[in-house]
Design a protein around this ligand. Sequence first.
Ligand code: NAD
Length: 436
Amino acid sequence: MNVTVIGTGYVGLVTGACFAEFGMSVTCVDKDKDKIAALNRGEIPIFEPGLEEIVRRNQNSGRLHFTTDTRTAIQRALVIFIAVPTPPQSDGSTDLSYVDQVSRTIGENLNGYKVVVTKSTVPVRTAERVKRGINEAIKESDSQRHHCSVASNPEFLREGSAVEDFMRPDRVVIGADDEQAVAILRDLYAPLNLIDVPLVISSVATAELIKYASNVFLAVKISFINEIANLCEAVGADVHDVARAMGLDGRIGRKFLHPGPGFGGSCFPKDTMSLVQFSRELGVEQRLASAVCEVNVAQRERMADKIENMVGGLEEKTIAFLGLSYKPNTDDVRDSPSIDIIQKLQSRGARIRCYDPQAMENARRVLQDVVFCSDPYDTAKECDGLVLGTEWNEFRKLDFDRLSQLLVEPVVIDLRNIYGPEEMKRRGYRYAGVGR
Ligand SMILES: NC(=O)c1ccc[n+]([C@@H]2O[C@H](COP(=O)([O-])OP(=O)(O)OC[C@H]3O[C@@H](n4cnc5c(N)ncnc54)[C@H](O)[C@@H]3O)[C@@H](O)[C@H]2O)c1
């Protein structure tokens, strides 16, 4: 089956490479010429474990192609995935201009029946908008001959384990309002039948909503445990024991009950705001989701306060900050709590030295007036305190004897609870975690 993926970012590249791995003939399109040229030279533009290997294998076998020629890619495909950005606008609503542009381009170049699938996370009813956009752009002379189905197939992969998530998903959601589209998409995902992956077939609107309901529910869990962590600090309780005991209840589950600096990344913050906005437009308030946005913003502020208190004011102080990506195993710094907290510390007068195993290049584009260092020990030199912002494996076995020689004061603020209060006290540090 010929598949085209429009938008070759985190989602589009993983989707394209994995469908090629399933045996499909895949063309990945992007409007970014440099990105496509790099991919054609065999360079992978993002850090994602396992991705380079499957891209290379499928490129070599001739099943995976990269191009900027959208027209040809559309015309050769039976299934076209839209995987372009859907960023937030200033009011929190979703900017659909990238999706609209792709819809028009598909309409202008339609040469037969296609299934157009939104993989981008899009507000409910966007598929209807895509269909309208395509139909409006189909040439008058072609309108009788060409048509398409528009389906929704939301993506649940997690950056850092995206390939594994795509190849072994918990479920695949296919939203389509006609049988032909369902049959084609079932066929596309048939390789996953071998490992019994549940397929959820629904209406298009239901599929669109499943994505938001899932992401926002996880955001609720994170914000909930963060608020409980704050309460633990007030009463001298340990949030890890609370979360563990809660998680042992099968109705609650253990995952996403880790306290920290709040959620970040390119999905949870924007999807939560988007749900609030589009629900409001439909006359249905999402009060829980609104509260989650507020809690998350407040948690980051609280982390800056915590750091300030631990080092005794930030004016003229230098902070060592380890971990810039929004979570480990990715180079993505979009809406990363670390970036936000660093900027808050700077606005309160602090100087910053920082380090991340993979995200330095992306961080350079968004951070100003910080010193980028070569490793944790270089970062700590003459700093008044050390902050752990992301739980990279590299930060799990730090040499604290060496660090205490480098730091002006042995102060650690551990926003991910990598270490524990007792062990850090034994090592002679003043230490603060979250909720302990
Ligand atoms: N990143 C994730 O973990 C994740 C997970 C699930 C869903 N999503 C959703 O998937 C969508 C894409 O996210 P991403 O993280 O892959 O974004 P991204 O920014 O990494 O990639 C998007 C790509 O689309 C390209 N593009 C934009 N307009 C184009 C056009 N008209 N023609 C061709 N290419 C075009 C851009 O150049 C870019 O390379 C978003 O809606 C996001 O919410 C992301």
